[in-house]
Every structure is written in C-alpha cells, then in structure tokens.
Write a protein that binds this ligand. Sequence first.
Ligand SMILES: *Cc1c(COP(=O)(O)O)cnc(C)c1O
Length: 519
Amino acid sequence: MLERLAALRAADAPTHGGHVLSYVYDPGLAEVDELAAAAMRAVQPVNGLDPTTFTSVAVMERELVGFARAVLHGPTDGPDVVVGSVTSGGTESCLLAVKAARDAFRARHGDRPGVRPRVVVAASAHAAFRKAAQYLDVTLTTLPVDPASGLPDAAAYVAELDRRSVDGGRDVALVVVSAPSYPHGVVDPVAEVAAAAHERGVDVHVDACVGGWVLPFWGAAGGGQVPPFDFAVPGVTSISADVHKYGYAPKGTSVLLVRGRDRQRRQFFATTAWPGYPVVNAGMSGSRPAGPLAAAWAVSQALGTEGYTALTARCVRATRALHAAVGQLDGLRVVGSPTGPLIAVATDESVPAERRVDPHVWADAARARGWVLQPQPGLTQGDGTRLPHTTHLTVTPVTEATLDDLVPALAASADEVRGVGRPDTSGVLAALGAVSPAPAAAGGPALAAPTSDEMWAALLTALDTDGGSPRRGTGAVLPDRLAPLMAVMESLPGPVAERLLVEILARVAEPLDDAAPGA
Ligand SMILES: *Cc1c(COP(=O)(O)O)cnc(C)c1O
C-alpha cells in the first residue's frame, strides 16, 4: 500500500521547493515538516471531539489560540476579552463567523417580519462567504472593488450599513473586510469600515485567513507598514487566521478569534435533546482529528515570533524581487499595491496589442516550464465594471531560493506568448450549444448545462478534460493548458459554469469499477 501511495504521490504537483505558487506554503525547513509529522502521529488515535476526556487537546488549543491572540493584539481580559477556537480551515472559520452574527441578529431582531440578516462583503472577499450565505440562508450584499486597486470603498460599506430594510430598520448582521484579499493581495480599509460599523453596533469580521500569520510579522521583517487590521482597531469583532497557510502547519487548522465571550458563544452548537451523550461543539465537526491541531501547535510553538519573523523576511525579499521582475515584463502588470506576499498579474492594456501578454496564456507557458501559477477568471461586478482576469502568485519563504530560476522562466514564458490573445472559445461554446437542452431563447440565457451523460461527455471532450476516459485511472483530469477552460468559464452564464465545475470535480473521484480489495 505504501509503495502504491508513493507512486501516486510522485504524480502530484510538488508540495515542496516552490514550484507551485498557490495551495502550499513551504517554509523550506525540513525539520518543521518532521516536527509536524511527529506531532500528528503522537495524537493519531485521539478524538478532538471531547477535550475534557482528551485533555491534551484543550491545552494545545488554548496555547495556539493564545499565540494568535497575542500577535493580533487581542485583549486578555475585561468585557473586550478575545477568545477563540481552532477550526478545520479558513472556510469553517468564515462560516462560523457568519453563523454567530446571524444568530445574534435573530436573537435581537427576531420579531421583525420580513427582515433577513444581511452580510456585506467586497467582491474580492473569499468565496467562503458566498458559501456561508448559501448554507446559512443569509442575504449577501457584494460591493464592487476598484478594478485598478482591487480595493472596496469604505463609503460604500457605510451606505449599506445605513440602508433601511422593509420595516425602516437596519438589517446588516455582519460586515466583512479582508487583510489581505486572496485575489489581489490588498488590505481593505479595515479601520474606516470598523469605525462606521462600531458606531452603528454592527459586528466586523476581518478575514485574515491568508494574512493572519504573516502580516503581524511583515513590518519587523522589513516589509514596510501594514495598515491596522487586527484587534487594535476598535470595532473589529472577529478575525480568522489560517495556521495551515503562513503558519506553515499541515492542512486542517485555522484560528477563529472573537471579541467578547458572549459573542463567541453564538458560534457553538449544543444539544441535550437526544438520548446519547450531551453534545457540544465549537464548530462544524463532531468527531475531529487532533492531528492537525497538534501539528499546528508544535510548529507554531517551535517557530515562535522569532521564527515567523525570519520566515516572513524571506517572503518580503522574494515578493519584492518578484514584483519588480513582473513589473519589468512588457505586456504584464501587477494589480494595485499589494500588502503582503500575494501578487495578482494582469495584462498591461497600456501597450499596443502586439506587446500584450495574456496572464492565463502566460501561466500555461510557465506551467510547461515546471512552474504552476494560478489563473483567476475575470468578473463583471454589480456596478458593471470589469475585474480583469489575472494570474495569482502566492510567495512563500522557499520562493526566495528559486528566484534565479523562476524569474528567467517567467520572462521566457512572457516572451513566448507576447501578442498571443486569449484562446478562441467558439468551438467549445458551439459544442455546448449543440448539446444544450435549452436552445437560445430571446432574452434568456443562451446556454444551459447538459442534462445527460452523453451531453456531458461531448462537452468535456470539447474542453479536453478527461471526463470519462480510461486516462482517469491515472488521476489526470484537466488538460495541460488551463487558459481555454478559463476562457470558456468566463463566457458561460454563471450557473452553467458552476455546474461545469461541479461536473469536472465530481467525475474526478468516481469509482472506475467495483473491485473491492481482497475480493
Ligand atoms: C484561504 C482563504 C480562505 C479559505 O480558507 P480555506 O482554508 O481554504 O478553507 C478564506 N479567506 C481567505 C482570504 C483566504 O485566503
């Protein structure tokens, strides 16, 4: 089994060495990995469901939350005391922040007929808040960001805070700002938004999932000033900070910090209304692994403020070098002024078409050279403005050691595709049109998602994804070039594109046959 696993792992994208500039956060320290693995192994059989039975869980959770609270300037006592819990990741932390705000709103405003709690986010907020709105049945208001800077306007948040609901009262349960946003790596106007929300008694969640374990060290690491974004800002009521990102822990841990014990208690679930054990959970899971917590605890205790500052200094130097290098590439530009180690790269529209570089075609050229960059589709916002499609780079400490190879590869990739436009999607759209169950109706969406296996097979074949062929057995699913797929997704109606994503992912893990081991 382990031999087979090793062979399967060999086909994965490399998790170490800095060739994948998203998903993985490599400190470049083998001893950190080993410590994490040993810590996981030590608690492998433990059930984190009950820290009163498995008391190691309570101690580790307390110490990890305490570390996060200290670096994010949370008060340690008084009515404003910051408390927290460890969740399975950023998405769970964001979902819980919305759940707590929704339940507080319902408790306070339950007697207002027709009024639904509303969560106000920027278009650049992580998709986890869309998921939260869908799962938790709250209304999401999405504010546009400036296409040039990637930033939302604080005044637009204020207008939403003051917007009156059907009964003339206010209905915002939570506002969300990012530090920084994932798509563009820029820090939202936290202090301005929090001041306005505080004045109106509305909670503010700072999504520092990606920034929470790197921005606190950014200034001391030589990265320059970071706008205030943590509990030092009055009015910030909760912060999410993923340890499995710049905390350099294995996947499966985020910290959700909340100002005020009563506010935090809204995130919990408890019931005595069944004949089993009394249930109380801080988050979504019942039984939960102690392994990710133990690994995150061990890694964060071992690195400490000093270790994180040293690793952040590597991120700072690598980000500066990459930012400058991309700035030198004719036909590309960095979006806005990122604070922290994330960069979004777009086409430089200020040069003539023959000198422009398409960021997705560029990413495909870089991929062919062994560098995996992350394409992000463009988006038309509610106000009609268009956010350009970009390519995202997550810079980690190991990036610094790769610069001598990475920078020339990015330049050669740009040279290779300069003047090449986005892939033509008409063939795929025609294929979809041919299988689409709803032929173009006047005024309605021109295309609908396929409704049968044959239709899906036709579309996925046209897209060159491996939906249903025997090559699936190798784990390979997506084509080598992603630019065509991204372009198709952008030209499809949202619900059709979303259904396409579901179809691709759902087919990835479908069993090939019924062979049971040992049968
Ligand atoms: C990564 C991220 C999330 C979601 O975190 P997961 O750990 O992937 O669930 C939320 N917000 C931001 C800003 C992120 O970068």
